[in-house]
Design a protein around this ligand. Structure first.
Ligand code: SAH
Ligand code: SF4
Ligand code: F3S
Length: 464
């Protein structure tokens, strides 16, 4: 394909596909990369076959996640060879946390990769792509996060509308916690908060273009300490207060929080701000103080239970979700029992749980008391059976109640629309597509295994 003539980084008529793995932060970054590439003249490809450029926005959190990328890359390398035979260009970019953690290794293991770009330097994609056009493999894994926030283009109103009624806004990136199992402090760098002005401007633009739910995201979102134009530092709840005043914005959420940063101010906000949804994802990882200490989590099981109690005091209907790791090095049966006891005490609405995966460069991986895979498998099965029964019970308890639903999209069946309850449950009803984007009271009539069915209620909703 000829080099671009118009000063943009894209060849004429070229299309790009950005594929995302891992957490919400990667989803947000993938959207930003798509916007950036659109500005450079790339159309959006729906499938790989249509793309001239594929960006894999990767996750390094567990070994499985990282290894998946190499098999994806193997397939893309085949496509690249076929394209070359047909005289067509095909570029492969590896972005995200695998890029950051093992960029050089990626280039060595897969020669077809043109460019490796880390999560804090992808705003340089256009410039890097034109350099990569010269045929060299390139890497950029600098931590340039403030520059990134400044330089990334904002999406157009049409782009926002096409993405639906619920949107993410990054307010904080990176992590200073160094849990002994986790790669994030190494792949995302130190904690840094976006300025208040930047966050509010981005939110305003989304709301003006039809977004009615905003989820503030960060690796440690509740550690947010952003500066306003007067140099005052805002905690997260102050952002929620400001966002609560935005007309047309119906719902506010945030993820992911660390128990240590769960301040009383943020807990109180759940009682004071009706737009702040009664659902908190608060990873605890383990219920054993011994394991929590070894994980460097900086809190005990009882601290977590106290936070839950205070959240429930502020907002009695609040639903909780969490992450668990089973089989951290040294975890005994007794430790695992304490995790089950914590789960029984809290009663979670939903959870994510994982077998411990030793990650290169983390202290946990160095330990000699690694747990047998078979034991991890058994513990995970026991834990998942327990949390699954809690999840089903939580969903079943919604039946008969009227809850507010934010409708997001057409449902799977003709005449259906689908949305979310305040507690992140998927809800479908028979209703007109005109209701999409609105919050409507729905009487829940049935709880399926993965979603609730309801009827649009004539009266008022009981929940905020
Ligand atoms: N910042 C968030 C999320 C981190 S990653 C937090 O602090 O909770 C998301 C989840 O992946 C973690 O909560 C943890 O449960 C899991 N995880 C992280 N590293 C892992 C590892 N090495 N093995 C297994 N699970 C891991
Ligand atoms: Fe990882 Fe712990 Fe930081 Fe979460 S708080 S990103 S688990 S190091
Ligand atoms: Fe994965 Fe990086 Fe997110 S390792 S979980 S994509 S911060």
């Amino acid at each position: 394909m000829p080099a671009p003539q118009d000063g943009s980084a894209s060849p004429q008529g070229a299309k790009a596909l950005v594929k995302s793995y891992g957490c919400q932060m990667n989803v947000y970054d993938a959207t930003r990369m798509t916007d950036l590439l659109a500005k450079e003249g790339y159309g959006q490809a729906a499938v790989e076959e249509d793309a001239d450029l594929v960006v894999l926005n990767t996750c390094h959190i567990r070994e499985k996640a990282a290894e998946k990328i190499y098999s994806e890359l193997g397939k893309l390398a085949v496509t690249k060879r076929e394209r070359a035979q047909a005289g067509r260009d095909f570029k492969i970019v590896v972005a995200g946390c695998v890029a950051q953690a093992e960029g050089v290794e990626v280039l060595r293991r897969q020669r077809a990769v043109d460019l490796v770009v880390g999560p804090q330097s992808y705003h340089r994609l256009p410039e890097l792509l034109s350099q990569a056009a010269q045929g060299r493999q390139l890497t950029d894994t600098d931590f340039a996060v403030e520059e990134k926030f400044r330089e990334l283009p904002q999406p157009s109103r049409a782009q926002i509308r096409a993405r639906g009624v619920s949107a993410f806004v990054t307010v904080q990136e990176g992590c200073d916690k160094f849990c002994s199992f986790c790669v994030v402090p190494y792949t995302r760098g130190a904690e840094i908060s976006r300025s208040v002005e930047e966050v509010l401007a981005e939110a305003r633009r989304l709301v003006e273009s039809g977004v009615s739910e905003i989820t503030l995201i960060g690796q440690n979102v509740n550690a947010y300490r952003g500066e306003d134009s007067g140099g005052i530092i805002w905690p997260l709840e102050r952002l929620f207060e400001a966002l609560s005043g935005m007309e047309g914005l119906h719902r506010l959420r945030y993820t992911t929080s660390h128990p240590v940063d769960m301040t009383q101010g943020l807990i109180d906000a759940h009682g004071a701000l009706p737009k702040l949804m009664p659902f908190v994802h608060l990873p605890v990882q383990s219920g054993s103080d011994r394991v929590l200490k070894a994980m460097n989590r900086r809190h005990r099981a009882q601290d977590y239970l106290d936070i839950v109690q205070r959240l429930r005091a502020a907002r009695p209907d609040i639903a909780l979700s969490s992450d668990f790791i089973v089989g951290f090095p040294g975890e005994t049966d007794a430790d695992f029992e304490e995790t089950l006891a914590l789960i029984r005490e809290v009663d979670f609405a939903s959870t994510f749980s994982f077998k411990y995966s030793p990650r290169p460069g983390t202290p946990g991986a160095e330990r000699e008391d690694q747990i047998d895979d078979e034991i991890m498998r058994e513990r995970l099965a026991v834990l998942q059976a327990l949390v699954e029964s809690q999840r089903q019970a939580f969903n079943a308890a919604t039946v008969g109640r009227t809850v507010d639903v934010l409708f997001e999209k057409p449902g799977r069946h003709e005449g259906q629309i689908a949305g979310k309850s305040p507690y992140m449950q998927a809800v479908h009803v028979d209703g007109p597509t005109e209701m999409i984007g609105g919050v409507v009271p729905v009487k829940i009539v049935v709880a399926g295994s993965n979603s609730l069915g309801g009827k649009i209620s004539e009266g008022e909703g009981e929940d905020g």
